[in-house]
Design a protein around this ligand. Structure first.
Ligand code: CTP
Length: 494
């Protein structure tokens, strides 16, 4: 394999520029890592985004030279302590590093670095498929250097390490997660000895920062079949350490011949179903967490069987804690996931009964703009093996969807704005902001959602008067109301 040449794939000018800069500096430079891996997988030249360059000598010095060749304008960041430099050229990030031979201290990720040969540098990398290098030197430009069988492993779809795997993982435990992430994203198998080494070294994940762990979890979640990644995390014993809430969903219990389903496996199936429909990360998080409170709400009720009452509410309550621990953003993304978890049973419950207008209206009101996502999640949640059950649910969902469309055209419930404002109520009864105002406002909203009155000013005003009277209030200001005048008096009041 030694003489494979990829010259034609390096037609981007950046490689020529680095090549001549290296020649002028009397050093050698190679492209390594993800760029080479992805190029060989795709087999076609790609516009490079992230390029890793290994230099036999100073990475920083070569980066400065390349910057000069590019006109001296490109932003350069130098990491003196690590001997690396990052050059930004348009959209392309080019990272320069001197070839190294590393040994790590056991208690930390900070390596003791020594200069090394190209092969030393390839050797210290995480996986053979990431340890392939392409020469940028004039004589050998485009030649693939593959001392550890990375090309064969790409063809065989295998993840394995250049060194004895225990050492590779112990040197940098994050690589255990990277290995699972690559296997999931690329659809590769992890070689048996490598998998075993992850299992043996799993506790070392404890020295890795939460941000980097979460980054890998997000990458696993973004894969075409994320479920497999979580199975691998479980198989290697990492799941229990990095995601105990998910780990606790594993397993099946039996009482009097009644089994419940394995909620971990069910969740992974839902996740894979969602992945077929959408690549949005937060919808995938919602799928991952939708049943997270099942272990804590599980009960066997004689006569009924296994129940998980309220797991959607407790689940929604658990979301902020999980997001905080995972260092995920505590913003509207989290609120979205919470809302999806809390509402995930609603369309299903609806579709099992006769679908009433008021139930659909309430669903539209509660889900707002996330209604389509919620429906997608619920459809993904149907994982029954019984084909007739699946068909029946999907059929009912179609009815719910049709109802949603009909009602939306008629009632504009989504992003509901009350037709009567608090100020309207205060004026009508001559009262200050107070509890009765809230009670009346809520009663009007309920009446609209229940379909007792249309979502219009005049009928809402009439309802307000009735509610006020029932509370013992007297009308101070009769406005253009009792009539059927559909328009509010002054929009500015509301
Ligand atoms: N690397 C490593 N150990 C790590 C991280 C990175 O050995 N913990 C090496 C690998 O050779 C990797 C290269 O550094 O290919 C670049 O790392 P990075 O940019 O993080 O990943 P890529 O492999 O480029 O893949 P991706 O961009 O898809 O994450």
């Amino acid at each position: 394999m030694g003489s494979m040449n990829l010259r034609d794939h390096l037609n981007h000018e950046v490689f020529r520029i680095i090549s001549s800069a290296a020649e002028q500096a009397h050093t050698e430079a190679y492209v390594v890592g993800g760029f080479v891996r992805d190029l060989l997988i795709k087999g076609v030249p790609t516009t490079p985004k992230d390029i890793d360059i290994v230099v036999l000598g100073s990475g920083i010095a070569l980066a400065e030279k390349v910057r000069f060749s590019l006109g001296g304008e490109a932003p350069l960041t130098v990491f003196k302590n690590f001997g690396t430099a990052m050059l930004l050229w348009g959209e392309t990030k080019i990272e320069f590093v001197g070839a190294r031979k590393e040994s790590y201290r056991r208690d930390s990720r900070k390596p003791l670095v020594e200069d090394g040969s190209l092969e030393d540098d390839q050797n210290r990398r995480d996986f053979t498929i990431n340890a392939l290098a392409i020469s940028l030197n004039r004589e050998t430009f485009g030649e693939l250097l593959d001392p550890f069988g990375g090309l064969r492993h790409l063809e065989e779809k295998v993840i394995t390490t250049p060194l004895e795997p225990g050492r590779t993982f112990s040197d940098d435990p994050l690589r255990m997660l990277r290995g699972i992430r690559f296997a999931t994203g690329l659809g590769f198998q992890i070689e048996a000895g490598t998998l075993e080494a992850i299992h043996l070294n799993r506790e070392r994940i404890g020295i890795i920062s939460q941000e980097r762990i979460t980054d890998e979890i997000n990458k696993i979640l973004s894969s075409p079949q994320p479920g497999r990644g979580f199975l691998l995390l479980d198989e290697t014993g990492l799941l229990e350490l990095i995601f105990p809430e998910l780990y606790r969903m594993k397993g099946v219990e039996e009482v009097d011949g009644h089994f419940h389903k394995d909620n971990f496996l069910h969740t992974l199936k839902v996740l894979d179903n969602i992945a077929l429909e959408s690549d949005r990360l937060w919808l995938r998080w919602a799928a991952l967490l939708h049943d997270i409170a099942k272990p804590r709400t599980k009960k066997f009720e004689p006569g009924t069987g296994w129940t998980f009452h309220g797991h959607e509410f407790l689940g929604a309550k658990m979301v902020p804690g999980i997001f905080r621990k995972m260092k995920l953003p505590l913003n509207e993304k989290m609120k979205y996931v919470q809302k999806m978890v809390q509402l995930h049973l609603r369309p299903m419950v609806l579709s099992q009964e006769t679908v009433t207008d008021s139930a659909v209206r309430r669903l539209i009101f509660d889900a707002g703009d996330d209604l389509e996502d919620l429906m997608t999640l619920c459809e993904a949640d149907i994982t029954s093996k019984n084909e007739r059950t699946v068909k029946r649910h999907l059929h009912n969902f179609r009815i719910v969807r049709e109802k949603i469309t009909q009602l939306e055209e008629r009632d504009s419930i989504r992003n509901f704005q009350p037709p009567i404002s608090g100020t309207d109520i205060q004026k009508a009864f001559g009262i200050p902001p107070s509890k009765p105002v809230g009670i009346i406002k809520n009663a009007i909203k309920e009446a609209i959602l229940d379909g007792e009155i249309p979502n219009q000013y005049a009928s809402a005003y009439r309802r307000m008067l009735e509610e006020g009277k029932a509370l013992g209030l007297t009308v101070r200001q009769e406005s253009a109301t009792g009539s059927d005048g559909p328009e509010p008096p002054e929009a500015g009041d509301r």
